[in-house]
Ligand binder design. Structure first.
Ligand code: PLP
Length: 405
Protein backbone atom coordinates (compact mmCIF):
# COMPACT_ATOMS: atom_id res chain seq x y z
CA UNK A 1 0.00 0.00 0.00
CA UNK A 2 1.26 3.43 -0.92
CA UNK A 3 1.25 5.84 2.04
CA UNK A 4 2.56 8.76 0.09
CA UNK A 5 -0.11 9.54 -2.46
CA UNK A 6 -0.02 11.83 -5.46
CA UNK A 7 -2.17 14.94 -5.30
CA UNK A 8 -5.82 14.95 -6.35
CA UNK A 9 -4.82 17.49 -8.98
CA UNK A 10 -3.31 14.63 -10.96
CA UNK A 11 -6.45 12.50 -10.87
CA UNK A 12 -7.38 13.22 -14.49
CA UNK A 13 -3.92 13.93 -15.81
CA UNK A 14 -2.42 11.41 -18.18
CA UNK A 15 0.24 11.41 -20.87
CA UNK A 16 0.22 7.89 -22.26
CA UNK A 17 2.71 8.50 -25.10
CA UNK A 18 5.24 7.88 -22.35
CA UNK A 19 2.98 5.64 -20.28
CA UNK A 20 2.94 1.98 -19.20
CA UNK A 21 3.62 0.58 -22.68
CA UNK A 22 6.92 2.46 -22.83
CA UNK A 23 7.81 1.00 -19.42
CA UNK A 24 7.28 -2.48 -20.84
CA UNK A 25 9.47 -1.58 -23.84
CA UNK A 26 12.25 -0.52 -21.46
CA UNK A 27 11.91 -3.80 -19.57
CA UNK A 28 12.25 -5.76 -22.81
CA UNK A 29 15.31 -3.70 -23.76
CA UNK A 30 16.85 -4.44 -20.37
CA UNK A 31 16.38 -8.13 -21.21
CA UNK A 32 18.47 -7.54 -24.33
CA UNK A 33 15.78 -7.25 -27.01
CA UNK A 34 16.03 -4.63 -29.75
CA UNK A 35 12.81 -2.66 -29.89
CA UNK A 36 11.87 -0.71 -33.02
CA UNK A 37 10.51 2.50 -31.56
CA UNK A 38 8.06 4.37 -33.70
CA UNK A 39 6.42 6.00 -30.71
CA UNK A 40 7.89 9.49 -30.26
CA UNK A 41 8.42 12.41 -32.66
CA UNK A 42 12.06 12.92 -31.73
CA UNK A 43 14.02 13.46 -34.98
CA UNK A 44 17.68 13.42 -33.81
CA UNK A 45 17.95 9.74 -32.74
CA UNK A 46 16.91 8.77 -36.28
CA UNK A 47 19.92 10.53 -37.82
CA UNK A 48 17.99 13.74 -38.44
CA UNK A 49 20.48 15.99 -36.70
CA UNK A 50 20.00 19.64 -35.86
CA UNK A 51 21.72 21.94 -38.38
CA UNK A 52 25.43 22.41 -37.61
CA UNK A 53 25.15 26.16 -37.44
CA UNK A 54 22.71 25.91 -34.57
CA UNK A 55 25.09 23.67 -32.61
CA UNK A 56 28.05 25.96 -33.32
CA UNK A 57 26.22 29.06 -32.19
CA UNK A 58 25.05 27.47 -28.96
CA UNK A 59 28.61 26.34 -28.17
CA UNK A 60 30.01 29.75 -29.08
CA UNK A 61 27.55 31.51 -26.82
CA UNK A 62 27.98 29.19 -23.82
CA UNK A 63 30.22 31.63 -21.90
CA UNK A 64 27.54 34.31 -22.24
CA UNK A 65 24.81 31.93 -21.12
CA UNK A 66 25.86 31.29 -17.55
CA UNK A 67 23.49 33.61 -15.76
CA UNK A 68 19.71 33.79 -15.64
CA UNK A 69 18.17 35.78 -18.46
CA UNK A 70 15.12 38.02 -18.48
CA UNK A 71 12.13 35.88 -17.46
CA UNK A 72 10.63 36.12 -20.94
CA UNK A 73 13.93 35.39 -22.67
CA UNK A 74 16.99 37.01 -24.23
CA UNK A 75 16.55 40.01 -26.51
CA UNK A 76 18.12 38.57 -29.67
CA UNK A 77 15.94 35.45 -29.64
CA UNK A 78 12.73 37.36 -28.97
CA UNK A 79 13.64 39.86 -31.67
CA UNK A 80 14.15 36.95 -34.06
CA UNK A 81 10.70 35.59 -33.19
CA UNK A 82 9.25 39.07 -33.73
CA UNK A 83 10.87 39.37 -37.16
CA UNK A 84 9.73 35.86 -37.99
CA UNK A 85 6.16 36.98 -37.22
CA UNK A 86 6.56 40.08 -39.40
CA UNK A 87 7.82 38.00 -42.31
CA UNK A 88 4.74 35.81 -42.04
CA UNK A 89 2.40 38.79 -42.05
CA UNK A 90 1.68 38.87 -38.30
CA UNK A 91 2.72 42.45 -37.84
CA UNK A 92 1.52 43.62 -34.47
CA UNK A 93 3.61 41.32 -32.24
CA UNK A 94 5.90 43.35 -29.94
CA UNK A 95 8.89 42.06 -27.99
CA UNK A 96 6.87 42.08 -24.77
CA UNK A 97 4.31 39.74 -26.37
CA UNK A 98 6.90 37.00 -26.80
CA UNK A 99 7.81 34.41 -24.15
CA UNK A 100 10.55 31.80 -24.48
CA UNK A 101 10.17 28.49 -22.69
CA UNK A 102 11.75 25.11 -22.07
CA UNK A 103 9.96 23.71 -25.07
CA UNK A 104 6.42 24.44 -26.13
CA UNK A 105 5.40 21.98 -23.39
CA UNK A 106 6.29 24.34 -20.57
CA UNK A 107 4.55 27.25 -22.27
CA UNK A 108 1.34 25.28 -22.80
CA UNK A 109 1.20 24.47 -19.09
CA UNK A 110 1.90 28.12 -18.22
CA UNK A 111 -0.77 29.39 -20.61
CA UNK A 112 -3.35 27.05 -19.08
CA UNK A 113 -2.43 27.71 -15.46
CA UNK A 114 -2.61 31.45 -16.01
CA UNK A 115 -6.07 31.26 -17.63
CA UNK A 116 -8.23 28.58 -16.13
CA UNK A 117 -10.32 28.62 -12.99
CA UNK A 118 -11.66 25.34 -11.65
CA UNK A 119 -14.35 24.06 -13.98
CA UNK A 120 -13.47 26.36 -16.89
CA UNK A 121 -13.63 24.53 -20.20
CA UNK A 122 -11.24 24.48 -23.11
CA UNK A 123 -12.06 23.04 -26.52
CA UNK A 124 -9.35 20.63 -27.64
CA UNK A 125 -9.30 18.48 -30.79
CA UNK A 126 -9.93 14.73 -30.69
CA UNK A 127 -7.57 13.22 -31.51
CA UNK A 128 -5.19 15.62 -29.78
CA UNK A 129 -1.62 16.02 -28.72
CA UNK A 130 -2.41 14.87 -25.18
CA UNK A 131 -0.33 17.44 -23.36
CA UNK A 132 -3.09 19.95 -24.03
CA UNK A 133 -5.69 17.79 -22.29
CA UNK A 134 -3.31 17.02 -19.42
CA UNK A 135 -2.39 20.70 -18.95
CA UNK A 136 -6.04 21.73 -18.80
CA UNK A 137 -6.83 19.06 -16.19
CA UNK A 138 -3.75 19.95 -14.15
CA UNK A 139 -4.91 23.57 -14.13
CA UNK A 140 -8.31 22.60 -12.72
CA UNK A 141 -10.03 23.07 -16.07
CA UNK A 142 -12.23 20.68 -17.99
CA UNK A 143 -10.98 19.51 -21.39
CA UNK A 144 -13.84 19.26 -23.86
CA UNK A 145 -12.98 17.45 -27.06
CA UNK A 146 -14.30 18.51 -30.45
CA UNK A 147 -14.08 15.87 -33.15
CA UNK A 148 -11.90 16.00 -36.21
CA UNK A 149 -13.51 14.19 -39.13
CA UNK A 150 -11.53 11.33 -40.61
CA UNK A 151 -13.88 11.22 -43.60
CA UNK A 152 -13.02 14.84 -44.33
CA UNK A 153 -9.22 14.56 -44.20
CA UNK A 154 -9.31 14.98 -40.41
CA UNK A 155 -10.45 18.62 -40.66
CA UNK A 156 -12.13 19.88 -37.45
CA UNK A 157 -15.87 19.23 -37.30
CA UNK A 158 -17.05 22.81 -36.85
CA UNK A 159 -20.63 21.88 -36.01
CA UNK A 160 -19.37 19.64 -33.21
CA UNK A 161 -17.05 22.41 -32.01
CA UNK A 162 -19.82 24.97 -31.84
CA UNK A 163 -22.25 22.56 -30.18
CA UNK A 164 -19.75 22.05 -27.35
CA UNK A 165 -19.36 25.73 -26.46
CA UNK A 166 -20.91 26.57 -23.08
CA UNK A 167 -20.81 29.57 -20.77
CA UNK A 168 -17.71 28.00 -19.15
CA UNK A 169 -15.73 27.75 -22.40
CA UNK A 170 -12.62 29.96 -22.39
CA UNK A 171 -10.80 29.02 -25.56
CA UNK A 172 -10.21 26.79 -28.57
CA UNK A 173 -7.01 24.85 -29.24
CA UNK A 174 -6.03 24.39 -32.88
CA UNK A 175 -3.10 22.06 -33.62
CA UNK A 176 -2.07 22.73 -37.21
CA UNK A 177 -0.35 20.82 -38.79
CA UNK A 178 -1.81 18.21 -36.54
CA UNK A 179 -0.26 15.58 -34.33
CA UNK A 180 -1.37 12.76 -34.57
CA UNK A 181 -3.37 12.99 -37.83
CA UNK A 182 -0.91 14.88 -40.07
CA UNK A 183 -3.77 17.08 -41.32
CA UNK A 184 -3.10 20.64 -42.45
CA UNK A 185 -6.15 22.88 -42.12
CA UNK A 186 -7.64 24.92 -44.92
CA UNK A 187 -7.80 28.69 -44.74
CA UNK A 188 -11.59 28.48 -44.85
CA UNK A 189 -11.76 26.14 -41.85
CA UNK A 190 -9.43 28.39 -39.86
CA UNK A 191 -11.46 31.49 -40.72
CA UNK A 192 -14.60 29.78 -39.47
CA UNK A 193 -12.88 28.86 -36.20
CA UNK A 194 -11.79 32.48 -35.79
CA UNK A 195 -15.34 33.64 -36.42
CA UNK A 196 -16.66 31.20 -33.83
CA UNK A 197 -14.09 32.39 -31.27
CA UNK A 198 -15.03 36.00 -32.00
CA UNK A 199 -18.76 35.37 -31.57
CA UNK A 200 -18.27 33.58 -28.25
CA UNK A 201 -15.40 35.70 -26.86
CA UNK A 202 -12.93 32.83 -26.74
CA UNK A 203 -9.13 32.84 -26.78
CA UNK A 204 -7.44 31.03 -29.66
CA UNK A 205 -4.49 28.75 -28.92
CA UNK A 206 -2.54 27.85 -32.06
CA UNK A 207 -0.04 25.01 -31.65
CA UNK A 208 1.99 25.37 -34.86
CA UNK A 209 5.15 23.49 -33.93
CA UNK A 210 4.99 21.57 -37.26
CA UNK A 211 4.42 24.64 -39.44
CA UNK A 212 7.42 23.92 -41.66
CA UNK A 213 6.84 20.18 -41.99
CA UNK A 214 4.54 20.17 -45.02
CA UNK A 215 4.30 17.73 -47.94
CA UNK A 216 3.04 17.89 -51.51
CA UNK A 217 2.48 21.63 -51.65
CA UNK A 218 0.32 21.81 -48.51
CA UNK A 219 0.11 25.41 -47.32
CA UNK A 220 0.17 26.45 -43.70
CA UNK A 221 -1.95 29.46 -42.71
CA UNK A 222 -0.84 30.95 -39.37
CA UNK A 223 -3.98 31.31 -37.27
CA UNK A 224 -2.66 34.58 -35.82
CA UNK A 225 -2.75 36.14 -39.28
CA UNK A 226 -6.46 35.37 -39.63
CA UNK A 227 -7.49 36.11 -36.04
CA UNK A 228 -8.16 39.86 -36.37
CA UNK A 229 -9.10 41.32 -32.99
CA UNK A 230 -9.46 37.96 -31.28
CA UNK A 231 -6.71 37.16 -28.80
CA UNK A 232 -4.51 34.45 -30.27
CA UNK A 233 -1.55 32.74 -28.62
CA UNK A 234 0.74 30.89 -31.00
CA UNK A 235 3.23 28.21 -29.94
CA UNK A 236 6.26 26.92 -31.80
CA UNK A 237 9.84 25.89 -31.19
CA UNK A 238 13.01 24.08 -32.18
CA UNK A 239 12.02 20.48 -31.45
CA UNK A 240 10.60 19.46 -34.83
CA UNK A 241 11.43 21.80 -37.73
CA UNK A 242 14.98 22.32 -36.36
CA UNK A 243 15.43 18.79 -34.96
CA UNK A 244 16.68 20.05 -31.58
CA UNK A 245 14.05 18.52 -29.27
CA UNK A 246 16.63 17.93 -26.54
CA UNK A 247 17.46 21.62 -26.34
CA UNK A 248 13.98 22.20 -24.89
CA UNK A 249 13.54 25.52 -26.63
CA UNK A 250 10.26 27.05 -27.73
CA UNK A 251 8.32 30.30 -27.81
CA UNK A 252 4.80 31.65 -27.62
CA UNK A 253 3.54 35.01 -28.76
CA UNK A 254 0.34 36.95 -28.21
CA UNK A 255 -1.44 38.74 -31.01
CA UNK A 256 -4.90 40.17 -31.70
CA UNK A 257 -7.03 41.52 -28.86
CA UNK A 258 -4.27 42.06 -26.33
CA UNK A 259 -5.90 45.14 -24.75
CA UNK A 260 -8.66 43.11 -23.12
CA UNK A 261 -6.13 40.61 -21.81
CA UNK A 262 -3.97 42.75 -19.49
CA UNK A 263 -4.92 40.68 -16.44
CA UNK A 264 -4.21 37.38 -18.18
CA UNK A 265 -0.88 38.79 -19.40
CA UNK A 266 -0.02 39.69 -15.81
CA UNK A 267 -0.73 36.06 -14.90
CA UNK A 268 1.57 34.84 -17.66
CA UNK A 269 4.31 37.17 -16.45
CA UNK A 270 3.98 35.89 -12.88
CA UNK A 271 4.37 32.31 -14.05
CA UNK A 272 7.27 33.17 -16.39
CA UNK A 273 9.04 34.90 -13.51
CA UNK A 274 8.40 32.03 -11.09
CA UNK A 275 10.37 29.64 -13.24
CA UNK A 276 13.05 32.38 -13.51
CA UNK A 277 13.81 31.84 -17.21
CA UNK A 278 14.12 29.19 -19.89
CA UNK A 279 17.41 27.36 -20.38
CA UNK A 280 19.70 30.13 -21.59
CA UNK A 281 22.16 28.23 -23.88
CA UNK A 282 19.17 26.93 -25.85
CA UNK A 283 17.72 30.41 -26.21
CA UNK A 284 20.83 31.24 -28.24
CA UNK A 285 19.77 28.69 -30.85
CA UNK A 286 16.58 30.57 -31.73
CA UNK A 287 18.04 33.50 -33.67
CA UNK A 288 20.21 31.17 -35.73
CA UNK A 289 17.30 28.85 -36.45
CA UNK A 290 14.87 31.55 -37.50
CA UNK A 291 17.36 33.83 -39.23
CA UNK A 292 19.11 31.47 -41.61
CA UNK A 293 18.58 28.65 -44.04
CA UNK A 294 18.31 25.89 -41.46
CA UNK A 295 14.82 24.75 -42.18
CA UNK A 296 13.60 21.28 -42.85
CA UNK A 297 12.59 22.15 -46.44
CA UNK A 298 14.98 19.73 -48.20
CA UNK A 299 13.80 16.81 -46.11
CA UNK A 300 10.11 17.34 -46.82
CA UNK A 301 10.39 18.16 -50.54
CA UNK A 302 9.74 15.33 -53.04
CA UNK A 303 12.82 13.10 -52.99
CA UNK A 304 13.69 14.30 -49.47
CA UNK A 305 14.08 11.74 -46.74
CA UNK A 306 10.94 12.59 -44.76
CA UNK A 307 8.81 12.82 -47.89
CA UNK A 308 9.96 9.37 -49.04
CA UNK A 309 9.42 7.81 -45.63
CA UNK A 310 5.98 9.36 -45.30
CA UNK A 311 4.91 7.97 -48.68
CA UNK A 312 6.40 4.54 -48.05
CA UNK A 313 4.78 4.18 -44.63
CA UNK A 314 1.43 5.50 -45.81
CA UNK A 315 1.28 3.20 -48.85
CA UNK A 316 2.28 0.12 -46.91
CA UNK A 317 -0.12 0.77 -44.03
CA UNK A 318 -2.98 1.27 -46.47
CA UNK A 319 -2.14 -2.01 -48.21
CA UNK A 320 -2.83 -4.02 -45.03
CA UNK A 321 -6.33 -5.54 -45.21
CA UNK A 322 -8.79 -3.73 -42.93
CA UNK A 323 -6.45 -0.76 -42.38
CA UNK A 324 -7.02 2.69 -43.82
CA UNK A 325 -5.10 5.89 -43.30
CA UNK A 326 -5.65 9.47 -44.40
CA UNK A 327 -2.50 10.65 -46.17
CA UNK A 328 -0.67 13.09 -43.88
CA UNK A 329 0.26 16.38 -45.55
CA UNK A 330 2.11 17.68 -42.50
CA UNK A 331 4.04 16.62 -39.36
CA UNK A 332 5.70 13.27 -38.67
CA UNK A 333 2.91 10.78 -38.03
CA UNK A 334 0.39 8.35 -39.46
CA UNK A 335 -2.88 7.72 -37.60
CA UNK A 336 -4.28 4.60 -39.29
CA UNK A 337 -7.69 3.14 -38.56
CA UNK A 338 -8.26 -0.54 -37.90
CA UNK A 339 -11.69 -1.45 -39.27
CA UNK A 340 -13.59 -2.82 -36.24
CA UNK A 341 -15.33 -5.37 -38.49
CA UNK A 342 -11.92 -6.89 -39.26
CA UNK A 343 -10.15 -6.17 -35.96
CA UNK A 344 -12.69 -6.14 -33.11
CA UNK A 345 -10.33 -4.44 -30.64
CA UNK A 346 -11.72 -3.67 -27.21
CA UNK A 347 -8.59 -2.37 -25.55
CA UNK A 348 -6.10 -0.66 -27.84
CA UNK A 349 -3.47 -0.34 -25.12
CA UNK A 350 -3.52 -4.12 -24.80
CA UNK A 351 -3.21 -4.27 -28.59
CA UNK A 352 0.00 -2.20 -28.63
CA UNK A 353 1.33 -4.23 -25.67
CA UNK A 354 0.71 -7.45 -27.61
CA UNK A 355 2.39 -5.94 -30.68
CA UNK A 356 5.36 -4.91 -28.54
CA UNK A 357 5.74 -8.31 -26.87
CA UNK A 358 5.22 -10.36 -30.01
CA UNK A 359 7.06 -8.24 -32.59
CA UNK A 360 9.23 -5.85 -30.56
CA UNK A 361 7.64 -2.92 -32.33
CA UNK A 362 6.50 0.08 -30.28
CA UNK A 363 3.55 2.20 -31.48
CA UNK A 364 1.06 4.27 -29.46
CA UNK A 365 -2.63 3.44 -29.06
CA UNK A 366 -5.13 5.93 -30.50
CA UNK A 367 -6.95 6.41 -27.20
CA UNK A 368 -3.73 7.93 -25.79
CA UNK A 369 -4.60 10.88 -28.05
CA UNK A 370 -8.06 11.16 -26.51
CA UNK A 371 -9.60 9.49 -29.52
CA UNK A 372 -12.90 8.06 -28.20
CA UNK A 373 -12.83 4.55 -29.72
CA UNK A 374 -10.11 1.84 -29.62
CA UNK A 375 -9.63 1.65 -33.39
CA UNK A 376 -6.54 3.72 -34.22
CA UNK A 377 -2.78 3.55 -33.82
CA UNK A 378 -0.18 6.27 -34.08
CA UNK A 379 3.05 5.60 -35.86
CA UNK A 380 6.06 7.88 -36.37
CA UNK A 381 7.69 7.71 -39.81
CA UNK A 382 11.09 9.06 -38.73
CA UNK A 383 13.21 5.87 -39.08
CA UNK A 384 15.33 5.26 -42.17
CA UNK A 385 13.68 3.31 -44.97
CA UNK A 386 15.27 0.02 -43.91
CA UNK A 387 13.93 0.19 -40.34
CA UNK A 388 10.61 1.51 -41.53
CA UNK A 389 10.26 -1.49 -43.87
CA UNK A 390 11.10 -3.82 -40.99
CA UNK A 391 8.55 -2.12 -38.75
CA UNK A 392 5.85 -2.42 -41.40
CA UNK A 393 6.69 -6.11 -41.95
CA UNK A 394 6.17 -6.61 -38.23
CA UNK A 395 2.89 -4.71 -38.14
CA UNK A 396 1.62 -6.59 -41.18
CA UNK A 397 2.52 -9.97 -39.63
CA UNK A 398 0.91 -9.08 -36.30
CA UNK A 399 -2.32 -7.88 -37.91
CA UNK A 400 -2.47 -10.96 -40.17
CA UNK A 401 -2.42 -13.15 -37.03
CA UNK A 402 -5.10 -10.97 -35.46
CA UNK A 403 -7.36 -11.39 -38.49
CA UNK A 404 -7.06 -15.17 -38.30
CA UNK A 405 -7.66 -15.33 -34.54
N1 PLP B 1 2.84 20.39 -29.53
C1 PLP B 1 2.74 19.34 -30.34
C2 PLP B 1 1.59 19.26 -31.30
C3 PLP B 1 3.68 18.30 -30.28
O1 PLP B 1 3.54 17.24 -31.09
C4 PLP B 1 4.75 18.38 -29.35
C5 PLP B 1 5.73 17.29 -29.23
O2 PLP B 1 5.60 16.22 -29.78
C6 PLP B 1 4.81 19.51 -28.54
C7 PLP B 1 3.85 20.49 -28.65
C8 PLP B 1 5.90 19.67 -27.50
O3 PLP B 1 7.01 20.28 -28.04
P1 PLP B 1 8.29 20.74 -27.24
O4 PLP B 1 9.37 19.74 -27.51
O5 PLP B 1 8.62 22.09 -27.79
O6 PLP B 1 7.95 20.79 -25.78
Amino acid sequence: MSLIRKSHKLADVCYDIRGPVLEEAKRLEDEGHRILKLNIGNPAPFGLDAPDEILHDVIRNLPAAQGYSDAKGIFSARKAVMQHCQQRGITEVALEDIYLGNGVSELIVMAMQALLNNGDELLIPAPDYPLWTAAVSLSGGRPVHYLCDENNGWQPDLADMEAKITDRTRGIVVINPNNPTGAVYSEETLKQIVEMARRHDLVLFADEIYDKILYDGAKHYPLAKLAGETLCITFSGLSKSYRAAGFRSGWMFLSGGKEQAADYVEGLSILASMRLCANVPSQFAIQTALGGYQSIDDLVAPGGRLHEQRTLAWERVNAIPGVSCVEPTGALYLFPRLDPAVYPVEDDRQLVLDLLRQEHLLLVEGTAFNWPTPDHLRMVFLPHREDLEKALDKLERFLARLRKA
